[in-house]
Design a protein around this ligand. Structure first.
Ligand code: 13P
Length: 285
C-alpha cells in the first residue's frame, strides 16, 4: 500500500471536501482491521499510535507490523504518532519510518513550544515526514497523556502566529472538544476552524471525535478539519465485541481464540468503515 505524505493526503482531502479518518490502533488486530476497512471503502487513512503503544511494541517492531500488513492493501495511508511530548520518542519514530508526528508541547509556554516545534519540523523534514502542532491541551486523558482539567486557551492571533512561524503541516486546535466519551453534547467553536484555515491555509486536526454528531463532523470537515481523530470508538468496539463474544463462549463453554479475534476484527472494521463513509473519504482512494 502506498505511503503518502500527510500534507498531500490532507491537501487532497481539502480539495475534495472530505475528512480523512485518523484512527488510533492498539495492536496488530486493530491495525489489520482498520486497513481492511480502508481497502473495503477505498478510503485514504491515517493510522495513529499513542506513545504507550510505541513503547509497548518498540518503534521498529511496530513499524514492521504496520508495513507487513499494509503491503497487501492498495489505498494510501500514513503512520502517525499521536500526542507526544517526548522528543526522544519522536526521534525514535521518525528514525523508524513514521510519516508524521504530533509534537504535543502544550504544557510549555507558547514561545518555548514554538522554538521546539521549529526544531521538530526540521528533524521531520530531514526524515521526509510531517508534523502536527498543538498549543492548547485537548481535554481528557488519551492513553496516559493529557488531563481532565481544561488548559489555558490562547488567542486566535497567537494560534495563527504559531502555525505560520512553526511551519507545521496540520494544527490541533482546542475548540471545546475532548478525548473520551462526552458527558454532554459538546459545544464546539466551529468559527475558530474557519478563522485558522482562512488565515493560514493549514488544515486542522479534529481531536476528540468519538461522540460528536454527524452534523458536527460534516460542518467541521467543510470548514477545514481534514484530519478527524477517532480513538475511544475503536477501544469500545474492540472491548465490547470481545466482552459479548466471551459471554457467549462462557455459556457454551467453548474457548476458541480465533473466533474471538474474528468478532473483534469485524467490530473494529465496521466502526472504521462507518466513520470513513461519514467523513466522505470512502471512494476517494
Ligand atoms: P476520541 O478518543 O474522543 O475519539 O479522540 C481521539 C483523539 O483525538 C486522539 O488524539
Amino acid at each position: 500500500m502506498p505511503v503518502v505524505p500527510l500534507h498531500e493526503l490532507l491537501a487532497t482531502a481539502r480539495t475534495g471536501g472530505y475528512g480523512v479518518a485518523a484512527i488510533n490502533v492498539v495492536n496488530d488486530l486493530s491495525i489489520e482491521a482498520v486497513l481492511a476497512a480502508a481497502a473495503q471503502e477505498r478510503a485514504p487513512v491515517v493510522l495513529q499510535t499513542s506513545v504507550k503503544t510505541v513503547k509497548q511494541y518498540g518503534a521498529a517492531p511496530l513499524h514492521a507490523i504496520v508495513s507487513a500488513i499494509a503491503d497487501a492493501i492498495d489505498v494510501p495511508y500514513v503512520l502517525h504518532l499521536d500526542h507526544c511530548p517526548d522528543r526522544a520518542v519522536i526521534t525514535d519514530c521518525l528514525a523508524n519510518g513514521w510519516g508524521s508526528v504530533l509534537f504535543d508541547a502544550h504544557d510549555l509556554d507558547v514561545a518555548e513550544n514554538l522554538r521546539q516545534t521549529i526544531e521538530v519540523v526540521a528533524e521531520a523534514r530531514a526524515a521526509g515526514a510531517d508534523v502536527e502542532g498543538e498549543i492548547e491541551g485537548i481535554q481528557g486523558v488519551e492513553d496516559g497523556i493529557g488531563s481532565d482539567a481544561r488548559t489555558k486557551q490562547q488567542t486566535l492571533e497567537i494560534a495563527i502566529d504559531f502555525i505560520r512561524r512553526s511551519g507545521v503541516d496540520v494544527f490541533a486546535p482546542s475548540i471545546g472538544n475532548a478525548h473520551g466519551r462526552y458527558t454532554q453534547a459538546p459545544v464546539l467553536d466551529a468559527e475558530r476552524i474557519t478563522a485558522l484555515v482562512a488565515a493560514t491555509g493549514v488544515p486542522q486536526a479534529l481531536h476528540g471525535g468519538t461522540g460528536m454528531t454527524d452534523d458536527q463532523f460534516r460542518d467541521l470537515i467543510a470548514r477545514g478539519c481534514a484530519k478527524v481523530n477517532i480513538s475511544t470508538a475503536l477501544k469500545e468496539a474492540y472491548m465490547k465485541s470481545g466482552w459479548e463474544f466471551l459471554r457467549g463462549a462462557a455459556e457454551r463453554d467453548v474457548w476458541d481464540p480465533p473466533s474471538l479475534f474474528r468478532a473483534q476484527r469485524q467490530a473494529v472494521l465496521d466502526m472504521a468503515a462507518g466513520h470513513m463513509r461519514l467523513f466522505g473519504s470512502a471512494g476517494r482512494a
